[in-house]
Each structure stands twice: as C-alpha cells, then as structure tokens.
Design a protein around this ligand. Structure first.
Ligand SMILES: *Cc1c(COP(=O)(O)O)cnc(C)c1O
Length: 373
C-alpha cells in the first residue's frame, strides 16, 4: 500500500532551517531585523505598498477594521464559505456581519448578491479568495467606490495569485494574508497586512503592540487600545526562506492542478456528478484543489473511504452562518442555499508543492473508485 498522502504539507528547505537556527543563536528572537527584512521584501513584491507583519492572518483583518474605524451599528458584508475567522473579526470589533451567498462556479462571494445586501449602514466588504481564486477585482472596487465602502480583502489563501498580471495585494484597499502552516507560504503562524499609506501603517503598528507609540526623547505614549500581535524574528526567518520559494511553489501547484484536470478528463463531471473548480491557470495560486461531491454520497463517507485508500481529504468550509454563535445572531438554514449545498459537499484533494504527478494520479483513481460505487 502507498504511504499516507496528506491533503497539505509545508515545504521548508534546509536553508530556511539553517536561518531559523541562526536566528535562535543570535540572541534576538522576538520582533527585530528579520521582521523588518521580511516586511521590506513583501512591500517590494506588493509594488512598494506599506506592509506590516503580525502573529496571525486573523488579527490583520481585525486591525484593518479598527483602522477603518468600524464598530457598533456598522454592517460588513462577507461570504458564508470561509474559515470562521473572516466573520469573527467583524463581531470582534462590534460590527454586524451580513452574509451574501456564493457563486456556485467559483464558490466565492457573488458580487450581485453583495450589491443587493448593501444598506445605508454598510461600511465594508470582506471578500474571500477561496483556494486563491480572486473575485472580479474590477467589479469589486467599482461597487466599493460607488457605495463608498472600505474593502478588507481576505487574501489569506491568495499569496501568489494575480489579477490582470498584478499580484493580489499590489493594488486595492486593505489586503490581508495568512502564513498559517497550511498556506502556500508559511511562518508556522503569522500574517501580513498591506495598507494604503504611512498613517495607516503607523496605526497598524500601534494596534499590533499595546497601542504604544514612541514620542519625544526616550518617551513612550499610549493613546489607542492595542493588543499583542507582533511577529517574531523566528517566524520571519521562516517567512523569508518561504518567500524566496514563492514563485516555485505557485508554479508547482499550477502544474499539479493542470495534471488533476488532465487525469480526470473532460467527462469526469458528466460521469460522476461531481463539480471541479474553475480551470483558472492565469490568476489562481491553487491553494486548494476543491471538488463539490454529488449529493448521493456524504462527505463523511467520501473522506472515510479515501482515508482507507491512504489519502487525506480536507474540507473548506462549513458555512459560517450555521454555527451556533451565528445562529444566535439570527442566521438559519435556507438563508444562503448555494453556500449550504457547497459547504455540505465540498472537499479539498491533496495539493502541496512537494507532491508529484503520481500522487495526483493515485488520488484521481481512488476518487473515481469511491464515486463509482
Ligand atoms: C487561514 C485563513 C484565515 C485565518 O488565518 P490565520 O493565520 O489562521 O489567523 C482567514 N481566512 C481564510 C480564508 C483562511 O484561509
């Protein structure tokens, strides 16, 4: 029997391991020169826009909402198909989450439904680029401009993705990335926020570390309520090593995604009733390769039978509005039917840079066997 194939696994090279060891020996292990260097390199990649790093992707979105001044009485529109962090940050700042259903083809928020959900209290949109696939960015920013809304892009999964040749993060409003262990590049845990100007960057620094600012000679002042969200130099050393591999990782994932399509063949959907992801090789970084299963098989059954064949399957995500915390806010079944169907049947097949074409083929054979009987 083949060895177990997980759905995701980080690729950390020896140079990165050596850089982490060097940082540990350096005597400076919290935020320091490695964090500054990582922020500088990220900023270069994002077209020179200000970038600050943090200890999670989640807190970058919360901080972006705080910088935008959002709070009680403000509505923020987002998708029900995301990691729960995307909606939790809205509640965290005291604002009200408003969900808009997803597009069945992209599984991303449906921009028609975003427009329909806008009220006089709407202040921001948090689009999510599921599996790294961007929404229609031109249309997103047209809607935002027309209704004077801030955008906090949940690009947690989208580092390396592009729009009309430009990296996601190199344009737009706030753009948030995660470097959690499963993401295309990782710092084990961490994230970064791309900002619009130096004023926002200064505020991000305050929110990142207890609201502290340095003012005057040897003095400090605290004038906003910040938290403890800084990245360590140990994490930044991992990030620098990973960032150097970003193009390789993205290219490898695109190659594997193409191989999934080629191996499954053009009749796969008609034969099995399963739905493949949109075949986007221009913009998507292929953070995930997601299939929506036909209704005749439950996800739990599919996952168990794939596990018997030594293949790990993930799922991203259960619809947020059906969690107890969100039901308590008045959300219930039937409100977002496409998200509910996708959320029930979506699975993530193995996809990571160190995988090979044989792993793809093994997964396809196993999946077809499970779907055929
Ligand atoms: C990973 C992820 C997050 C959260 O990032 P953390 O770094 O784990 O805090 C938020 N949204 C999406 C879509 C994600 O994939």
């Amino acid at each position: 029997m083949n060895e177990f194939l997980p759905f995701s696994r980080p690729s950390i090279d020896e140079a990165t391991i050596a850089a982490v060891a060097e940082t540990l020996r350096s005597g400076w292990i919290t935020s320091g020169p490695k964090v500054q260097e990582f922020e500088k390199q990220l900023s270069g990649y994002f077209g020179g826009r200000p970038v600050r790093t943090f200890n999670s992707g989640t807190c970058t979105m919360e901080i972006a909402l705080r910088i935008a001044g959002l709070g009680h009485g403000d509505e923020v529109i987002t998708t029900p198909i995301s990691w729960v962090a995307t909606a939790n940050v809205i509640l965290e700042v005291g604002a009200t989450p408003v969900f808009a259903d997803v597009d069945p083809a992209t599984r991303n928020i449906d921009l028609d439904k975003v427009e329909a959900a806008i009220t006089p209290r709407t202040k921001a949109i948090i689009p999510v680029y599921l599996a790294g696939k961007p929404v229609d960015m031109d249309r997103l920013y047209k809607i935002a401009a027309r209704h004077k809304l801030r955008v906090v892009e949940d690009a947690a999964q989208a580092i390396g993705s592009t729009w009309q040749g430009k990296p996601i993060g190199s344009f737009g409003d706030f753009v948030s990335f995660s470097f959690q262990a499963n993401k295309n590049i990782t710092t084990s845990e961490g994230g970064c926020l791309v900002l619009n100007n130096t004023e926002e960057a200064a505020l991000a620094e305050k929110y990142r570390l207890q609201g502290v600012t340095r003012s005057g000679y040897d003095g400090i002042e605290v004038d906003v309520l910040g938290g403890k969200f800084n990245m360590t130099d140990i994490a930044a050393a991992i990030g620098l090593g990973q960032f150097a591999q970003l193009n390789m990782i993205t290219a490898q994932r695109r190659k594997l995604a193409r191989h999934y399509f080629a191996t499954l063949g053009k009749d796969f959907e008609a034969q099995t009733g399963a739905q493949l992801p949109p075949a986007d090789f221009e913009n998507t970084n292929w953070h995930l390769f997601q299939v929506v299963l036909p209704e005749r098989i439950t996800r739990a059954d599919f996952m168990a039978r794939m596990k018997d064949k030594n293949i790990g399957i993930g799922y991203h995500y259960a619809p947020i509005h059906l969690f107890k915390l969100y039901r308590a806010q008045g959300f219930k079944e039937g409100m977002f039917p496409i998200a509910e169907r996708v959320g029930r049947q979506i699975v993530s097949l193995p996809m990571f840079a160190a995988m090979n074409e044989n792993d793809v083929e093994r997964t396809c054979v196993a999946m077809c066997e499970v779907l055929e009987n």
